[in-house]
Design a protein around this ligand. Structure first.
Ligand SMILES: [Fe+2]
Length: 247
């Protein structure tokens, strides 16, 4: 412990439930093998984590094989191995917002959608440009009783640090999810600056690791966050627990 430090180790916080990860093997740009996934779950368990929501990318252009059915099938194939790590895992999806995404969320299909929880869906956008249909898509999800949770808004280059655009999104029924590693500068100084501003301003509801590799577990272990941001971060970690319980 550094008694006079203005930062604290993230690993010292009570982080029990991760709500964003790419640990399901062989389905996207995350973990490639079941062995690596099991190793990751073991490391996370020893670090104190007990529950992980698996959120593979759902984006037909890049991952045409990822449908609710195929992803659930892969999950059921590994769930026994995963259970042996001691970690409680459940399956969801990280849905890219693209032109035409509404089709896979049509009224008839909402029953099979890979939800983050009973009443929420994890969504993401391109890092380079804001989806033209983001607001109409949020509105559509809301009309089905679903609350979209937008992943890592601090990493979107088109949202400036004055946070005006991000705040305007929050006029709708949407929640924001911090990528925890943004606070360590792993995605650049601008993402870190925006993440700290947004966390300090209470704009986030949840926090996820967005874990893609074992090396990112090392980054989490080394992560230090500003002491003044600890209460806000603890609140997000508490909210993660509530999200897990929303079944
Ligand atoms: Fe992700």
């Amino acid at each position: 412990m550094w008694p006079f430090s203005s930062t604290v180790r993230f690993a010292d916080l009570d982080f029990r439930t991760d709500v964003h990860s790419h640990i399901l093997p062989g389905v996207d740009d995350g973990f490639g093998t079941c062995e690596d996934s099991s190793e990751a779950l073991g490391l996370l368990y020893r670090a104190g984590l007990r529950r992980v929501i698996l959120t593979p990318h759902i984006y037909p252009e890049l991952y045409p094989g990822n449908t609710p059915e195929t992803v659930r099938e892969v999950f059921s194939g590994v769930s026994e191995v995963f259970r042996s790590s001691g970690m409680d895992c459940r399956i969801a999806g990280e849905h890219m917002v693209y032109e035409g995404v509404e089709e896979s969320f049509s009224k008839e299909k909402t029953g099979s959608v890979l939800r983050l929880s009973r009443s929420s869906v994890l969504i993401e956008m391109s890092y380079a440009f804001e989806a033209a249909n983001i607001r109409s898509f949020i509105f559509m999800l809301n009309s089905y009783g679903l609350v979209p949770v937008l992943a890592h808004p601090e990493r979107y280059a088109y949202y400036s640090r004055d946070l005006k655009s991000i705040r305007s999104l929050l006029d709708m029924d949407v929640r924001l999810q911090l990528n925890i590693l943004s606070l360590g500068g792993f995605y650049g100084d601008m993402a870190r600056t925006k993440a700290e501003l947004m966390l300090g301003s209470g704009l986030y509801t949840y926090a996820g690791t967005d874990l893609h590799s074992i090396s990112q577990i090392r980054q989490l272990e080394s992560l230090r966050i500003r002491k003044r941001l600890v209460p806000a971060m603890e609140k997000l970690l508490e909210n993660n627990e509530m999200l897990w319980s929303d079944l």
